[in-house]
Structures are given as C-alpha cells and as structure tokens.
Design a binder for this molecule. Structure first.
Ligand SMILES: *[C@@H]1O[C@H](CO)[C@@H](O)[C@H](O)[C@H]1NC(C)=O
Length: 411
C-alpha cells in the first residue's frame, strides 16, 4: 500500500564529535492523538507539531570523508516552545544508522515521527517514553525506537517544555536514551508461488536487559482481514524448555536461538500460496515494551506459455484457430479475458487467433506475453506452412496475439 501522506522531508545537520562518531539531526513530527473537537464525525484526530531529533554518537566508518558535514549548533537561547529530543545511540546501536548520514547526499527522504509511549502494566514510572519511527525512502532502513527520558538536575533556571511539561537541559533539549528498538532492512519482498521466503525483523535493547521474557508475533493483514502467522515466547537466559510456540501457519518458523543470541526474530515461510501475500507486522515485546516493523510480501509467478499447434499447416476450410495458453501465473493484473484460478491461487488464461484462410505461407504467428513477473515480454511463434510440400513462396508477414498484463501500464 502506498503512504497516503508524506509526513515530512528530512533535513540534516551533522557534526563530528570525536573519534568515529557524528550527530544526526532530523526534522520530525510529534503526533498526538486527541479527542474529536468540533470535527466532523467526532472520531479521534491527530495533531502534528514540528519537532527535532538529535541522534548523538552515530558511528561513522573510519574511511568516511567528514569534510562535508556542517556542525550542529544548539540554540544560544533555549526555547521552551521548541521540541528538541536528544538521544544517545551508542548502546544499543541503531543498526545501519550511517544510512541516515548519507540519506541527504543520496537525496533520500527520511520520515521521522514521534509519539508518546506508555509501557504495558500499571506500574507508576518516573520517566516519560517516546516512540520514534524512522524510515528512509527506498526502504532499506527502517527502525522503531523507544526513548526513555533521562533525569534532568533542576535549578531555578530550568525551563519546562511548554507542550510536554518536561524539564529541559541547559542547552534546551530533552535528554533521552534509546532503551529498545526493532528494525528491518527491507520494506517489501517478492517471492514466487510454492517458494520459500525469509522476512527479516531484528531487535536490540540496552545492556541491562529490560526483562528476560521475549515475545515475537508475526501477523498478516490482507484486504481488511488479519491473522496470526507465528506467535512465540522465549527467555533470554535460554532456560530449558522456555520456548513456547502459541500459534503458527503451517510451514512457518522463527529460530528461537537466533532470537536469544542475535536479536533476530525473522520468520521463514515455506511453500508459499497466493493467500500468503499481504502486509506482515513483526511485533517484538520485551517486558512492558514492544515495537513493530511492517514488511510487504508480494507473490509473483511468471506465466508458462504454450501454443496449441507446433506446426501450423494451412487448410482452406474452415478457418483455423491458433490458441495461446498462459498458465500458473500470479498476480492477475489483466483485463477483460477469462481466467481460471487454481488451488494454489495461480491463474490461467487462453487467447485465440482465428487465422484467415487467405494468410500467406511463411507468415509468422506470434503470441507475445507481458507480465510483471517477467523482465521482458515472452514470445512464442509458429510459421504458417503450405499444405503442398515443396511449393514454398515465402511472403514475409506477421500476425500477433498479444496478451498484455496491465500491471506495467496501470502502475
Ligand atoms: C537456528 O540458528 C542456529 C544458529 O545459526 C543454527 O545453528 C540452528 O541450526 C538453527 N536452527 C534451526 C532449527 O534452523
């Protein structure tokens, strides 16, 4: 599904702050859910406030040229109306965070959305939490962070952020730390029917574990319906018998030892069918915290194409028909014609060409098929033969049957 609204266009200010680390400054939007006020329908509505996220200590590769980076200067007079969230990202590190440093040069947009976050359970907490969703256009970087506010030493000069009611540091920022994050490298995956696929989802947490229990849930949403593909609980201390699978699609698996050892909660799906297509939501929960990533799975299968005749010999009466059959392809993406659907969700289609008896021998009859699963159109042809052998009078001619799947055109 396409994003209906692009929330913001990232801009960057970066500064080198010592050995191999840099700060990344992102323009974000603070999204708050409010109760419908005088709006139509009276439902929940969202307010959007500009905010800034400063990621401190993003690791920079040693061979990186840092000359182009301009220093970030905190405001000289702290502004209690500004929302400047500052987060150290050295532990846990954000995997592939250097992508954020280069997004500007590569003209990729970064979407950054902040919202307040409430951990599960009723326990009173002194800290405030934020959920940050970061996505780089193009899809190879996506992460959801949970930030926890750090204690600010208060004195007479301490300012309070006007919207959030939180104390500001002397430089006018809200100091926080990343305590948990869920990430993925890829937003959209294509896989063939009857094939296998790995959907990647990883997580990291701060050094002092938030809890020993980890939950992994993979959920599939498609055409307004949703169901659980894989639900699992395990313990980070790897205690015997601590892994419990609560729900699973046949032929799906998450490797519990990779969850524990590497924070890798990826799911493998085997023997794919058309019904496996859709939006997968990976939710990882550690203690009272959970965060998600979303990955699209598209099933594509190129058609197998065949012609009804291997040899096409001219007969005068009645007019002959050449048929072109496309089978076992997915998705549909074609108009008008009649398709048959098979048990695995794939489709078949035939197209017929009535060959006029006036056609010259030597005419090439071609069936040309375009489909989104094919890199280039696929062609099969036969040459019309004269019924009387030996009397060839080749005339160059062509007749086409074209089966065009409209995906490319409509995209
Ligand atoms: C899980 O991952 C570990 C580490 O890579 C590997 O040794 C093991 O064979 C995997 N288990 C399964 C069931 O695939």
């Amino acid at each position: 599904m396409r994003m209906i609204e692009v929330i913001l266009f990232g801009y960057f200010l970066t500064c080198v702050c010592g050995d191999g680390v840099a700060d990344v400054v992102l323009s974000c939007t603070l999204v708050e859910e409010g109760v419908g006020m005088g709006g139509m329908g009276g439902g929940a509505h969202f307010t959007r406030t500009p905010a800034t996220l400063i990621l401190r200590d993003v690791p920079v590769a040693p061979d990186e040229s840092l000359e182009t980076l301009t220093p970030f200067v905190p405001p000289s007079i702290p502004d209690p109306d500004a929302i400047l969230l500052e987060a150290k990202v050295s532990s846990p590190e954000i995997p592939d965070a250097q992508v954020l440093l280069h997004a500007d040069c590569n003209e990729q947009e970064v979407m950054c959305e902040l919202s307040s976050y409430s951990p599960h359970g009723t326990q009173e907490r002194e800290q405030t939490y934020f959920l940050v969703s970061l996505n780089v256009e193009g899809g190879e970087f996506s992460t959801t962070l949970i930030l926890q506010t750090l204690v600010v030493e208060r004195d007479q000069s301490t300012l309070i952020q006007s919207k959030l009611g939180l104390p500001l540091s002397h430089s006018g920022t809200l100091p926080t730390e990343v305590i948990f994050l869920v990430f993925s490298h890829i937003k959209s995956v294509n896989a063939p029917l009857r094939g296998d696929v790995l959907l990647y989802c990883g997580f990291r947490q701060q050094e002092t574990p938030l809890a020993q229990e980890v939950g992994v849930e993979w959920r599939l949403q498609h055409r307004g319906k949703g169901w659980k593909v894989f639900v699992m609980k395990t313990r980070l201390d790897g205690a015997e018998g601590s892994t419990v699978v609560l729900a699973e699609r046949k032929g799906s698996s998450v490797n519990a030892s990779l969850v524990v050892a590497e924070g890798d909660a990826s799911v493998t799906l085997t023997r794919l069918k058309a019904v496996d297509e859709g939006t997968y939501i990976c939710t990882v929960s550690v203690g009272p915290f959970n965060a998600q990533q979303v990955i699209q799975l598209q099933i594509t299968q190129p058609p197998q194409v065949s012609l009804s005749e291997e040899n096409f010999v001219l007969k005068t009466n009645p007019p002959q028909t050449l048929s072109c059959h496309c089978t076992k392809y997915y998705p549909l993406d074609a108009q008008i014609e009649c398709h048959r659907q098979h048990g695995d969700g794939s489709y078949s289609l035939s197209s017929h060409l009535t060959v006029p008896s006036s056609v010259s021998p030597g005419t090439r009859l071609t069936c040309r098929v375009s489909h989104q699963a094919l890199d280039a159109p696929l062609s099969l042809s036969v040459v019309v033969k004269n019924p009387e052998p030996g009397s060839y009078w080749w005339v160059l001619g062509f007749l086409f049957v074209t089966i065009l799947f409209f995906y490319q055109v409509m995209k």
